[in-house]
Design a protein around this ligand. Structure first.
Ligand SMILES: [Zn+2]
Length: 153
């Protein structure tokens, strides 16, 4: 029985990133072409050192990613359950969570991508086959009250 999706299941990989010396203009050009609300900033060893968000760009003075990036970014590990990601997003009001493994950026989870997974993750009641979309396993089947579900994606 499937219990929960993890960050690994819902993260976007192969995302664009910036180096600290990247000009803000190039960060804007990249952000305009993606769903991302911010661009991860990586050092030479591909360690996450910050994040340039749309708000950093419009609210700060500076000409490079490193000068305006937010530091102390909240990150998650690949095995973090989706429920925890949603909680962190609500708690900190962030639109995306970088996924970091062994200090390296491996992907990013965005609200937009979670919404897509919400729609295409279907929980099927083992008892009556009723279906419901959602990121987290339903507590009870709305039709028969059953508590066993399998996932169809
Ligand atoms: Zn049912």
């Amino acid at each position: 029985m499937e219990t929960a999706l993890t960050a690994h299941d819902v993260m976007i990989t192969g995302i664009p990133t910036a180096t600290p010396d990247a000009p803000v203009a190039s960060v804007i050009a990249i952000l305009e072409t993606t769903d991302l609300g911010g661009l991860p900033v990586l050092d030479e060893e591909r360690r996450l050192v910050g994040m340039v968000t749309e708000y950093d760009i419009i609210s700060k003075r500076g000409t490079t990613a490193g000068a305006i990036m937010s530091q102390g970014v909240i990150t998650v590990q690949e095995r973090a359950p989706v429920g925890e990601l949603i909680e962190l997003m609500g708690l900190h009001g962030v639109r995306q969570l970088p996924v970091v493994q062994d200090g390296q950026l491996v992907g990013i989870v965005t609200r937009r991508e979670l919404m897509r997974h919400y729609a295409r993750t279907i929980w099927v009641c083992e008892q009556c086959s009723a279906e419901a979309p959602g990121l987290m396993r339903p507590l009870h089947c709305p039709s028969c009250g059953g508590v066993a579900f399998r996932v169809r994606q």
